[in-house]
Design a protein around this ligand. Structure first.
Ligand code: GLA
Length: 526
């Protein structure tokens, strides 16, 4: 018995030490996802235009490009439930429904790629998907390989027909197999939401270590009531969920329903604003063939998308809530010294029919940068000029609507200062003192050019501070001096080398241990 236990522990070791390392979703993913609008309509005989079929996804891919969504940043075309045949093929592999996807998924993925877009698919960590099609339990490795062979770039893994307690092992396990394929695939998990509903407190450290995004609340429906329930959940639980978000790992409040039947124009602007404040994935679920222009403009609002995609990836918080008025704030770039720029959303949830005036001193919103802020309205383009922390901002917010302002630290618009060289500095490298022998990048342009030569880093050039994030770790640093930048780069290189080494090591170990997921499959059905 003891020996058996040791055997099991040893065979699990590679998985326990695994963590997501796919370098994807450095900013929240953007795209189009079928579920909210098209559901599980499989009736292509009577409703060929709207059924879940290869035709629908090809049309949406065409429109994503033709109507400018791709140019605005929407990139993924994602299939949801009901694409599958009811059985696996003779070799145990997943197969698409042959009537509705006659060309097969690989051809569909190739088509999406030919448009310069990426392709996503849906599965479920259980015996069945939520709509009753084959799940992945017992076939984790096979299915990860099938997705890689088909050219999948994004996997949404649902959690019906599985036991939530098993997810702590099952979700990382599938992620591990995705990683082993060598094909980068965004990994979207439903792990926390199923656990929360069965009374288990999610282990977000594990979740963000394994998934690029995760659902933690109800399925979105086509109503303002549904949007409000999400807003309340994200506000009431912000202390738990906000710290989990960051480059590579995001909270997912579910799809954008803008342009469908249930939201007014004002409410649609509110959804877009809140999803930007939260650094949420922007996954439209709407019929792009019939969407009206007003709604298209909301979805393609460049300034709001820029907030959503802000490179710092900090999720915003509710900072005020009283009598139907809420104020939400998200720190964004540019950052001067330690002062962030902010996006502030004033949300009116009153129903008393006339706009509400909200007036507040900037300092009370946490806007304390001595140099002041340039203030812009992101929906109307109204320019408020430069305001100091002591100035008052006054906005009129429509019922169930929003006013979305960007406060940009004003000194970001001033001339770049001279940057001292780090040459000759002593730095502390993992506790070891190091000496910087050469550093000739004295001016900002020189320094940026030098940093841009490192392929693994994102750069945002600012006047006084450079922001550097590693594509691989998502770690972010605000760097003031050359010495700090050099130290950061050395650390990142070290982390990368270590991860590569570990990946090779794990692969070998897995082979030697004779690990075989299929032997461990269970038969859960809830
Ligand atoms: C669950 C998910 C939804 C959708 C459906 C498909 O309810 O939360 O987003 O994928 O399953 O059946």
């Amino acid at each position: 018995m003891v020996l058996k236990l040791v055997g099991i522990l040893i065979s699990l070791l590679p998985l326990l030490s695994w963590s997501l390392d796919n370098g994807l979703a450095r900013t929240p993913p953007m795209g189009w996802l079928a579920w909210e609008r098209f559901r599980c309509n499989t009736d292509c005989v009577n409703d060929p235009e709207n059924c879940i079929s290869e035709r629908l996804f090809m049309q949406m891919a065409d429109l994503l490009v033709k109507d400018g969504y791709k140019a605005a940043g929407y990139e993924y075309i994602i299939v949801d439930d009901c694409w599958l045949a009811k059985t696996r093929d003779s070799k145990g592999r997943l197969q698409a429904d042959p009537e509705r996807f006659p060309s097969g998924i690989k051809v569909l993925a190739d088509y999406v790629h030919s448009k310069g877009l990426k392709f996503g698919i849906y599965e479920d960590y259980g015996n069945y998907t939520c709509a009753g099609y084959p799940g992945i339990l017992g076939y984790l490795e096979t299915d990860a390989n099938t997705f890689a062979e088909w050219g999948v770039d994004y996997v949404k893994l649902d959690g019906c027909y599985s036991h939530p307690i098993d997810m702590d092992q099952g979700y990382p396990e599938f992620g591990y197999h995705l990683n082993l394929t060598g094909r980068p695939m965004i990994y979207s998990c439903s792990w926390p939401v199923y656990q929360i509903y069965s009374g288990i407190e999610p282990n977000y450290t594990a979740i963000k270590g394994a998934c690029n995004l995760w659902r933690n609340f109800d399925d979105i429906q086509d109503s303002w009531q549904s949007i409000q329930s999400v807003i309340d959940y994200y506000g009431d639980n912000q202390d738990i969920i906000v710290p989990q978000a960051g480059p590579g790992h995001w909270n997912d409040p579910d799809m954008l329903i803008i342009g469908n039947f249930g939201l007014s124009y004002e409410q649609s602007k509110s959804q877009m604003a809140m999803w930007a404040i939260w650094a949420s994935p922007l996954l439209m679920s709407v019929d792009l063939r019939t969407i009206r222009n007003d709604y298209k403009a909301i979805l393609k609002n460049k300034k709001i998308i820029a907030v959503n995609q802000d490179i710092l990836g900090i999720q915003g918080r509710r900072i005020y809530k009283d009598r139907g008025i809420e104020i939400w704030a998200r720190p964004i770039t540019p950052v001067i010294r330690n002062d962030f720029s902010y996006c502030i959303a004033f949300l009116n949830r009153r129903t008393d029919g006339t706009p509400s005036e909200v007036s507040v001193i900037n300092r009370e919103l946490g806007l304390t940068h001595a140099g002041g802020y340039r203030v812009d309205d992101l929906y109307t383009d109204k320019d408020y000029g430069i305001l100091s922390p002591e100035d008052k901002i006054t906005v009129d917010v429509n019922p169930s609507g929003v006013v979305m302002l960007r406060f940009t630290v004003a000194s970001a618009f001033q001339k770049a200062p001279y940057l001292p060289s780090a040459q000759g500095s002593q730095v502390n490298l993992f506790g070891i003192p190091a000496h910087i022998a050469h550093d000739n990048h004295k001016t900002l342009p020189q320094r940026l050019q030098w940093l841009a030569g490192f392929p693994h880093f994102h750069l945002t050039g600012l006047n006084e501070t450079d922001i550097v994030t590693s594509n691989e770790t998502g770690k972010l640093q605000l760097l003031q001096t050359q010495a700090e930048i050099i130290l950061f780069l050395i650390q990142q290189q070290f982390i990368r080398d270590f991860r590569n080494w570990r990946r090779l090591h794990e692969r070998k170990r897995l082979k030697n241990s004779g690990y075989n997921q299929a032997n461990r499959s269970q038969n859960w059905k809830t």
